[in-house]
Design a protein around this ligand. Structure first.
Ligand SMILES: [Zn+2]
Length: 240
């Protein structure tokens, strides 16, 4: 996919389809608002039980088109063996410098899958290192202004919700583009978590989060900083 000079938003995740499942709704929403949005997968998913790397590459491109992404890259790190090494941090930092996002979406730090946890640490450190003038990476220094964290892990603390009611079906279509993983209902019930259908999981979870915000569907995000409010009277979501 053609790489634009600059992105507004870059989402980073360990495996093709992680981004769609976790923050697909937000990315689609931001594309609709006119922002240049990109996705970077750290691995090609070669350890998955179904489909090979070429299948996953083609599916990731198809999903990117369905979401309207301006860029999708892959660092081709070792699936099920993503290491938090300086070498990998610099590889990721090089993409940050090339794409120059203002907002980066990373996996939340609490994770069941070691690759997701590694991606969190690599992503944070790469955003920092990319801003250092003297570090040995191509391109001009760049540090994203904001990092937000997303997860499908069951127990996470959330800072804010994003209404994705108008984007939810498109998000499901992007996940369904991973045909090798989710086309066959039996396979789909095994891949994500045994016995759990990914589409039913996404719908129930987005609906539950939506109910907390008084909308149909929502995604939840965490930030490490506080959220600054100018006028509490205008805060959405009523207290009673
Ligand atoms: Zn994953």
């Amino acid at each position: 996919m053609v790489k634009p000079a600059e992105l507004d938003i870059l989402a980073v995740a360990a495996h093709p389809d992680d981004i769609e499942i976790t923050c697909g709704g937000l990315l689609i929403k931001m594309v609709k608002k006119g922002y240049a949005v990109g996705a970077l997968d750290l691995t090609r998913g070669e350890m998955g039980s179904y489909g090979d790397e070429d299948d996953r590459d083609a599916e990731a491109d198809a999903a990117a088109r369905l979401m309207g992404l301006a860029y999708r890259g892959n660092l081709a790190l070792k699936d099920a063996g993503v290491e938090v090494s300086q070498e990998n941090k610099l590889k990721l930092a090089a993409v940050i410098r090339e794409t120059r996002p203002q907002l980066v979406v990373l996996p939340h730090w609490e994770q069941r899958h070691p690759d997701h946890r590694a991606c969190h640490r690599l992503g944070y450190d790469a955003c920092f290192l990319s801003g250092l003038k003297k570090i040995d990476i191509e391109g001009e220094p760049h540090r994203p202004r904001k990092i937000i964290y997303v997860t499908y892990f069951r127990n996470a603390d959330y800072s804010f919700l994003v209404d994705i009611s108008d984007e939810f079906e498109q998000k499901c279509a992007a996940v369904a583009a991973y045909k090798s993983q989710f086309d066959d209902p039996e396979t789909a019930r095994r891949i994500f978590q045994p016995g759990i259908d990914i589409f039913e999981f996404m719908r129930v979870r987005a609906r539950q989060l939506g109910q907390l915000a008084g909308v149909q569907y929502a995604e939840a995000y965490t930030v490490k900083e506080h959220i600054l409010i100018d006028d509490p009277l205008l805060m959405p979501i009523s207290s009673m």
